[in-house]
Structures are given as C-alpha cells and as structure tokens.
Design a protein around this ligand. Sequence first.
Ligand code: ATP
Ligand code: MG
Length: 251
Amino acid sequence: MKAAIFTIGTEITDGQITDRNSQWMSEQLTDFGVDVLLHVSIPDDKKQIVDFLNATAESFDLLVFSGGLGPTSDDLTRFAIADYLKLPLVMHEPSWNYIFQRLSSRGITIREEHKAQAMIFKNAIALSNSAGSAPGIQLEQSGKIFFLLPGPPVELQAIWNNHIAPFFKSKNIQNNQKLKKWMCTGIVESELAHITDTYFANKSYVIKTGFRIHKPNVEAKVWYCEAPEVDLEFKNFEKLIAQYLISGSTV
Ligand code: ATP
Ligand code: MG
C-alpha cells in the first residue's frame, strides 16, 4: 500500500511551526507495512490543495491529511477535498452534538462557523476526537483511502490510536510484511548495518533492512515475510549481536 501525507497549514510552510505530524504518522504507517512515499506541506489555500491532489493523488492508495479541520476561515482541508472528490459535505449530527456539548461546557459561544467541524463527506466515517472538537474523517473512494485529521498533535494522535491503528490492524497489511527490531548499544551504525546485511543477504524471507541511531543506541530493523525458518534464524542473528543487544521486538 502506497501512502502520501499532506500537512496543511500556512504556519508550516512559512516556518512558524515544524511539521511533527508527518514524522509521527510515517513511523506508525511504516510499522503497519505501509510504504509512505511522499510528504507534502501545503498552505491554507484551497486551490493549492486541490492542485497538489490533482498532480499527485493518482499514484497513491492511501492519502492522509493533517490540519485545517477547525472552525476558522483558514481551515479549508475538508472543503478542498470535497472539491477534489466532487463530493457533498453533510452534517454529521452525532459529531455536532458532541462539539455543541464540548463548547457549551467550556462556556464558548457557539457560532455558525463551528458547524463546519461536524461536516463530513457523504458515505464517510466520522472518527471521534477524544482530545478536541473536530472529528477525523475516513473515506474510501475510487479504490483509495482518505484520512483527514486535525492538526494539533494531541488530537491527531488520539484519533489515530482510537480509530486508525485498529483499522490498520484489522486490515492485516502485515500478513505479508512483518517487522523485527533490535536495539543495540556499544556499536556504530555502519558496523551493525554490516553485520545485519551480511547475515540477512540472500535470505528469501527478507524484504529489506533498515537502521537508525537513537543516541546512544542503534536500532536494526528487518522487514520480512513469515517463513518456517525465521524464528531460528533470528535467534542465530541475536547470538551474533549478543554483546550489543539491549532488546528486540516484533511489530
Ligand atoms: P484547530 O481546530 O486547532 O484549528 P485544525 O485541524 O484546524 O485544528 P490547524 O489549524 O491546521 O489544525 O493547526 C492548529 C495547530 O495545530 C497549529 O497552530 C499547530 O500548533 C498544530 N499543528 C498543526 N499542524 C501541525 C503539524 N503538521 N505538526 C505539528 N503541529 C501542528
Ligand atoms: Mg485550525
């Protein structure tokens, strides 16, 4: 499954804030066996969002958006995607009830603009937001999956953990792609990579290897397909790196 992540917000493109959502979601998606191939940050500009989608969306099965789901005039993501997909937006009453209660209980004056946060595409699923107002939106359209998520990381991650992670678990994308990680210390990245790549060279169950420095540690990763010899071969690999190994985990 090929994915693109679009982070929407002029505050990202003009340098006021650093985009943290792409990094976080990419890490999560990669662990689920999704290939994230593109990160794009786009200002709060409906035409630019639609233009970018027209230019890039065809290449992807999964399109994830963060930001621009709020009630203010610069929150345009849902309207841009409605234009792009030529889908009407409809009021999702349970979401509106939730938003109404949440704002009222905080003494916030309810305005017409707040209703935009409860508008979702026809046939879409509203993903409840336990950390904020606007629900996320999940839509399957023309063989593609769209997720729209609020920009604040705490909200995005709450929706992700409650809805999107279970969605990917149930999809079982990992059926044919699993990931094993080993955290090591006292070894440089290039050396760990050499040992790992030499050991796993020509193993037919290995899809790819990867390495990352988590100072002061180094992590080795192997994406692989299930095979009868895997358990024993991983144990033998762990003997090779035993003096450096802190922990190992399978995702
Ligand atoms: P809100 O209802 O809070 O406005 P929203 O979905 O409209 O939510 P934005 O207006 O795009 O989100 O962003 C709100 C805030 O969330 C930003 O000011 C920033 O603090 C944070 N934020 C947005 N996008 C990102 C991102 N990609 N990485 C990190 N923080 C972000
Ligand atoms: Mg906003």
